[in-house]
Write a protein that binds this ligand. Structure first.
Ligand SMILES: [Zn+2]
Ligand SMILES: [Zn+2]
Length: 396
């Protein structure tokens, strides 16, 4: 057995216990106080890392200096820590103890795997020519956590050469990883519209300015952006999912609100669509005598994987998890991930790790019955640790 597998074996039970603890005690985005305390305590008691610093209130920046840290590269390994507002519906012995909050996206696996990676990589520190920063990140689901790291004045991201992160895949068997270079995931921007007209008696529409007819126009015209203005080979999704307004069959309302989401795989397309939506709103304002307030928060980016880093991840996973452990994804997904903020600044590798039980059914994230196989913790630790070792050219 290899040195890395031996090291992982020696801490695996402990890290599975960490995973169970985190799963039982989930916390929502940017409220990961107990999670951060728990991880910080484990780091202080069980490791000799060179730095443990809070980022924001619930993030942790951990530094492990190898040999010759001043001249070697710095790389980041990142794991997110937040849970979702979902009530768990599994009958597992380690189910969530917080009604209405659940680790339904597997971030409990990412956090325990990152802690495991610190423990394992510490044993190699004399052979690593450079440093590793571990980012225990809050608030991925709210797309705010990565920015707390990037906005911290002490963290100089320009000094960093590479960033790697993992995400569980409920349709992939544990022990395997899924890789893709280039576009991996989409930007995910909420869209909010408030259409204001003038309400009144439904029998006298000519005395009103009907926001409902304007809403119907807006919905139809927005769909033409995807079908008529962007290339069919440049995937975007524009879904409107929530519409509200009106109170009775014979009352024309004053206003209608609409909410939806925009997903894009290219930054330029995302910008183009954002501007096109404003143009369509202006047209409807003029033609239908309403006002439309369009809100675009703009806190998301598409996620790109660096080709060279994906080659490193492939070699690393084949060595650590087995020659047949790597599968390649044909297409990107249209979900969002705030790891994109790091990968926008420095070369990144976002790696999907298997979380499905062998012969078990695939599990879908963000579902009250989502679960991960115990083997996902080992897959995560080995994926992160082997990536770092392969990057620094260390035998493992
Ligand atoms: Zn999620
Ligand atoms: Zn997630």
């Amino acid at each position: 057995m290899s040195e890395l597998l031996d090291l992982e074996n020696s801490i695996n039970r402990e890290m599975v216990d960490v995973w169970h603890h985190l799963h039982q005690n989930p916390e929502l985005s940017m409220q990961e106080y107990k999670t951060a305390d728990f991880i910080e305590k484990a780091l202080r008691e069980k490791t000799g890392v060179d730095r443990i610093k809070r980022v924001g209130e619930t993030g942790l920046w951990v530094e492990l200096k190898g040999a010759d840290p001043e001249r070697g590269d710095i790389i980041i390994l990142r794991g997110d820590m937040d849970a979702l507002p979902i009530t768990e519906q599994n009958a597992l012995p380690y189910c969530s103890r917080s009604p209405g909050v659940m680790h339904a996206c597997g971030h409990d696996v990412h956090t325990s795997a990152l802690l495991g990676a610190v423990r394992v990589l510490e044993k190699y520190r004399e052979r690593i020519h450079g440093s590793i920063w571990f980012f225990f990140q809050p608030g991925e689901e709210s797309l705010k956590g990565a920015l707390t790291f990037l906005n911290d004045p002490e963290i100089d991201i320009a000094k960093v050469k590479a960033v790697a992160g993992i995400h569980v895949a409920g349709d992939l068997e544990s022990g395997k990883v899924r890789l893709k270079e280039g576009p991996v995931l989409a930007s995910a921007d909420p869209l909010k519209f408030l259409i204001k007209g003038q309400g009144g008696h439904a029998a006298y529409p000519h005395g009103c300015r009907d926001p409902l007819v304007a809403a119907a126009n807006l919905i139809i015209q927005l769909q033409t952006l995807v079908s008529r203005e962007t290339s069919p080979l440049d995937a975007i999704v524009l879904s409107l999912c929530h519409i509200q307004g009106g109170s009775k069959d014979n009352v024309i309302p004053n206003e209608i609100s609409i909410e939806g989401t925009l997903r894009a795989l290219k930054k330029e397309t995302r910008t183009y669509i954002q501007e096109a939506i404003r143009r369509i709103c202006q047209g409807i304002e003029i033609s239908l005598r309403v006002s439309i307030n369009f809100e675009f928060e703009g806190n998301s980016l598409p996620l790109y994987n660096d080709g060279e880093l994906i080659k490193i991840a492939e070699k690393a996973a084949q060595k650590a998890l087995g020659a047949d452990s790597v599968v390649f994804a044909e297409n990107p997904g249209m979900a969002g991930e705030d790891f994109a903020f790091f990968a926008d600044k420095i070369p990144g590798a976002f790696i999907f790790i298997g979380a499905r039980t062998k012969d078990g059914p695939p599990a879908s994230g963000h579902n009250p019955e989502f679960y991960t196989d115990e083997g996902a913790v080992r897959t995560g630790i080995l994926t992160l640790a082997s990536f770092a070792l392969e990057y620094f050219g260390v035998d493992f």
